[in-house]
Design a protein around this ligand. Structure first.
Ligand SMILES: [Zn+2]
Length: 135
């Protein structure tokens, strides 16, 4: 048994409502006076996946890109060509060397944001057209 925060009456079932921007636990009768409360977690918009502003060269299905299957080798080879250690590259990118190592062994896949970052720092292309036949 608990009490309604609006009318003060005892109530078995309580509802959360918003009245004048404040959340109250109220009885069913009082719940009609406010808007149903929705938790902020639901209200908050989900983070949009990273959408790169790329020039629209091609229009259509060919625009779909995927992480290249040989990203591990590509990252490793490019980094070595640049004469950088994991630590040095990590520092440049403000990322952990440990993560870079994982990418290079293929035990971890960079997410899109990280992949774009790698592309920028290494000057490589990690995202390839999903329709391409390369490897
Ligand atoms: Zn009430």
């Amino acid at each position: 048994m608990s009490y309604c925060e609006l009318c003060g009456h005892q109530t078995f079932e309580k509802k959360m409502v918003v009245v004048d921007g404040t959340v109250f636990n109220v009885c069913i009768a009082c719940s009609k006076r406010g808007k149903p409360y929705t938790s902020p977690q639901i209200a908050v918009k989900k983070k949009k996946p990273f959408a790169a502003k790329k020039p629209q060269k091609k229009i259509g299905l060919a625009d779909e890109t995927i992480l290249t299957p040989n990203f591990a080798r590509l990252i490793r080879e490019t980094r070595m060509k640049m004469g950088l250690t994991h630590e040095q590259l990590g520092m440049k990118m403000n990322e952990k060397a440990q993560i870079l190592k994982k990418f290079e062994t293929g035990s971890l896949k960079p997410d899109e944001i990280f992949a774009k970052k790698l592309e920028r720092y290494l000057g490589i292309k990690l995202y390839v057209s999903a329709n391409s036949d390369e490897e």
